[in-house]
Design a protein around this ligand. Structure first.
Ligand SMILES: Nc1ncnc2c1ncn2[C@@H]1O[C@H](COP(=O)(O)OP(=O)(O)OP(=O)(O)O)[C@@H](O)[C@H]1O
Ligand SMILES: [Mg+2]
Length: 295
């Protein structure tokens, strides 16, 4: 069987080049310059080294890389929950120095308050910024409607499925009108079908709202399906391996999963994340018997 001939992922058509030129002409929303992070302890861990990046207004940036390569550390620095050891992270040219309403966060572990209903969870952040009142309540309901959960406004988190909980978490994050949505494997705990639904919902939201998204995932299909660009990190210490411009046309649909361009990027991501290792030699006393081999 001959191998499938895939296009070179770096050779971009004129339309795709134009798309990325336009993206890079948009104002820089967030940038990191020579960013490094070392965790000090019994043994120091260098989590990130020399990360340089500019994320543009309304860009959808995916961050991908093997476990332990510093993705969450980077996200926590952008969220203002961790301070860099070197370099700076800037949000609209202002150094990030702690959390702020300009950044909304959605994480893999469900972070809703279990004692509050879906509506009250969404209202929680709004009450801090806008204040309490009927308007806050009706705005919270509008956000729940926007993520398809109007009927579940009075349900409590334990009465909702994983996908529904993440919808509430997205509504809650968006209600505070952040400039940037920081998402750390937000759909990682969902089953394949809910995950696919959430991906298309997120693309719909992103197309309608002025928001820049930074999204961490381990899933290559998810990375290619959602992204404008894909930042691939390599581990020990976490460094940039490659920043890939995704040529797959928008609007996206699941039909594109088998397009040559889609497969070419996926293959490249696979090579970057799981480089071929030399075959390990089994200890001699555990060698298999002739006739006992597995395929
Ligand atoms: N608070 C901490 N103290 C000490 N070391 C830490 C801390 N947080 C992260 N690290 C270390 O930094 C490195 C990167 O961790 P990080 O959680 O950012 O990786 P990740 O890419 O998000 O991994 P995963 O894909 O498994 O979520 C790891 O070696 C980890 O042990
Ligand atoms: Mg992580």
């Amino acid at each position: 069987m001959t191998a499938l001939q895939l296009p070179d992922y770096r050779e971009q058509s004129t339309q795709v080049k134009e798309r990325f030129d336009a993206l890079k002409n948009r104002p820089v929303e967030l940038s990191v310059n020579a960013l490094g992070k070392i965790f000090h302890g019994k043994k120091d861990v260098e989590s990130l080294r020399d990360i340089n990046l500019a994320v543009h207004n309304r860009e959808f940036l995916i961050v991908l890389g093997a476990s332990g390569c510093g993705k969450s550390t980077l996200m926590r620095i952008l969220a203002g929950l961790e301070t860099p050891s070197e370099g700076v992270a800037l949000l609209q040219d202002q150094e990030i120095q702690g959390p702020g309403p300009d950044r909304g966060m959605v994480f893999q572990s469900y972070t809703l308050f279990p004692w509050l209903s879906a509506k009250q969870n969404v209202m929680f952040g709004l009450e801090q910024t806008v204040g309490k009142g009927k308007e806050t309540e009706s705005e919270a309901l509008q956000w729940l409607d926007f993520v398809g959960l109007a009927k579940f406004a009075d349900s409590y988190p334990h009465q909702l499925s994983g996908g529904m909980k993440q919808r509430v978490a997205i509504a809650r994050a968006l209600a505070n009108r952040p400039r940037i949505l920081l998402m750390d494997e937000p759909f990682g705990a969902l089953d394949a079908q809910s995950r696919a639904q959430m991906q298309s919902l997120l693309l719909q939201i992103w197309s309608k709202i002025d928001i820049t998204i930074i999204f961490i995932t381990h899933d290559l299909d998810e990375a290619v399906y959602l992204s404008d660009r894909i930042l691939v990190l390599k581990p020990h210490p976490g460094r940039i391996a490659e920043l890939i411009e995704n040529p797959v046309e928008r609007p996206r649909s699941s039909d594109q999963f088998l397009e040559p361009k889609f497969l070419a990027i996926k293959q490249r991501l696979e090579e970057l994340i799981h480089p071929k290792l030399s075959e390990p030699e089994a200890p001699v006393f555990r060698m298999t018997q002739v006739g006992n081999e597995v395929e």
